[in-house]
Write a protein that binds this ligand. Structure first.
Ligand SMILES: [Fe+2]
Length: 406
């Protein structure tokens, strides 16, 4: 940010010990937060929302991240477009609501009017030689994939950004059986979290804390207790399950991107939930009809990692989307979105509370954990501590972060 603080970021990154949590300023310093937004978040394909939030021409959403405000709008041609929410006149925000429906994008300041394709179509009292065609809204990169809307704040040929298609190809294979593009939103909840975005992500990427902190999650997910006694011991169970279901045509196996593309880390974990558990519910019974193309419950769960800030947790009958949005050095918004197949009927086919039970109770617990972690990290006595063997996912994230930020 300033010349005075920039060298200290390098110094802190340089003295970062492999296998240890980050130095304090990485969790607290506004200048480092600003660099995180510029060097990391601005080069990621960021999940915004499910496309069901943009149902008709004129539907729009506003997403704020990394100091930007982005408008996503469905055009008359059905295409989803994204624009920087910045009037070309003197730079005012145009859309002030988080979501809505509109015929035009009209700046409330001086009344400049843009159509849904971003063209300036009205600006009163301008000089005779004013060329409105030269002043369209600044476009933002946007992709709709499997019903999920992504943006990228960078320019198209940015070498620090992973191209979208290889990312989508690698992860699409695992997402596709659930057909999220044929799904609907049944619940959506925001969990304001009083922790740096990296503390929130570090927490999400390890289950060392699950047994002490998440009794409900631990009861449902057999791998937690199995791994507690002997990390990796659940692998044999997973392998036998994967072999059996691969023979029936189900997608199985894991995916690790750490050796392929360092620009946007991605990956997949797929494993059986627990003996007798069809889905991630309190009693193990299904909470909704099978999603998408699935013809049978394989009773597995799939974690899809889409960069540092977006995760999908698939069960056979529902999906949970996790969106992390850094807000300030010590505040992160975590949004969960739950999906079921679009033709399922509430009351007959599903009950929202049964679907949201596990991740809602778990995420509320995580909000507390992360806030307490931040408070402790703020202490003058905090120093980086060593990761456990069960925290390899978190360690991998921190290694990646340090390599990108230094
Ligand atoms: Fe947790």
């Amino acid at each position: 940010m300033t010349a005075a603080t920039a060298p200290s970021i390098e110094a802190f990154a340089g003295r970062q010990r492999p296998g240890y949590s980050l130095e304090q300023p990485f969790y607290t310093d506004p200048a480092i937060f600003e660099r995180d937004m510029q060097r990391i978040v601005s080069h990621q394909w960021l999940f915004v929302d499910h496309v069901a939030r943009l149902p008709t021409p004129g539907s729009y959403l506003v997403y704020r991240i990394a100091g930007e405000s982005i408008v996503l709008v469905k055009g008359r041609d059905g295409q989803v477009r994204a624009f920087f929410n910045v009037c070309r006149h003197r730079g005012s925000l145009i859309c002030l609501e988080d979501a809505g429906s509109t015929r035009t994008l009209t700046c409330p300041y001086h009344g400049w009017v843009y159509d849904l394709e971003g063209r300036l179509i009205h600006a009163k009292n301008m000089p005779a030689d004013f060329d409105a065609a030269a002043w369209p809204l600044h476009p933002c990169q946007v992709r709709v994939f499997e019903g999920l809307v992504f943006i990228n704040l960078g320019r198209e040929d940015d070498p620090a950004t992973m191209p979208f298609d290889p990312l989508a190809d690698a992860l699409g294979r695992y997402l596709r059986p659930n057909r999220l593009d044929k799904a609907k939103i049944v619940a959506r909840k925001t969990y304001p979290t009083h922790g740096n975005w990296k503390l929130a992500v570090e927490n999400f990427r390890e289950c060392y804390h699950c047994a002490p902190a998440h009794p409900e999650y631990t009861m449902v997910n057999a791998y937690v207790k199995a791994g507690d006694d002997n990390p990796g011991s659940y692998q044999a169970v997973t392998r036998a399950w994967a072999d059996a279901w691969a023979a029936k045509g189900h997608v199985v196996g894991n995916l690790d991107s750490t050796t392929t593309d360092r620009r946007q880390p991605y990956g997949v974990f797929r494993q059986p939930i627990r003996e007798g558990w069809q889905t991630l519910s309190q009693d193990g019974r299904a909470v909704a009809p099978l999603m998408g193309d699935l013809k049978a419950f394989d009773c597995g769960e799939t974690l899809v990692i889409w960069g540092p800030l977006f995760y999908v947790y698939l069960a056979n009958d529902h999906a949970t989307l996790f969106r992390f949005t850094p807000v300030s050095p010590t505040i992160t918004d975590v949004v969960l979105i739950w999906l079921v197949r679009e033709d399922a009927v509430e009351g007959r086919d599903y009950n929202v509370d049964r679907i949201t039970w596990m991740w809602d109770v778990t995420t509320i617990q995580d909000t507390t954990i992360i806030g307490d972690n931040q408070t402790g990290v703020n202490s003058r006595r905090y120093v980086p501590g060593p990761y456990a063997t069960l925290e390899m996912g978190t360690r991998g994230f921190v290694d990646w972060y340090v390599s990108r930020i230094a």
